[in-house]
Design a protein around this ligand. Structure first.
Ligand SMILES: [Zn+2]
Length: 86
């Protein structure tokens, strides 16, 4: 798993793997010594994104079904009316 954090001094993004978590590293840009954290926030963001994706997928499915059902119902009503007229 890859982690990302921004350098506390120059705000440049530092990328590292979970093996490097807890170890010290130097920023490639300003050579500032940082302790690489297993960012809980980053993990939470993955969860938020996954939840948002599910929410959007579920929402669009509901809208699709609603539209589809409305069309189906109106078609059925129309067919009934036409059958009665005929
Ligand atoms: Zn830096």
């Amino acid at each position: 798993m890859y982690y990302r954090m921004s350098c506390p001094r120059c705000r440049r993004r530092i990328e590292y793997t979970d093996i490097q978590v807890g170890h010290q590293a130097h920023c490639k840009n300003c050579n500032y010594e940082v302790i690489l954290r297993g960012s809980v926030f980053g993990f939470a963001m993955y969860f938020v994104w996954a939840a948002a994706l599910v929410f959007v997928a579920y929402g669009s499915l509901r809208i699709y079904r609603m539209v589809h059902q409305t069309r189906f119902t109106s078609n059925a009503v129309q067919t009934n009316v036409m059958d009665r007229q005929a």
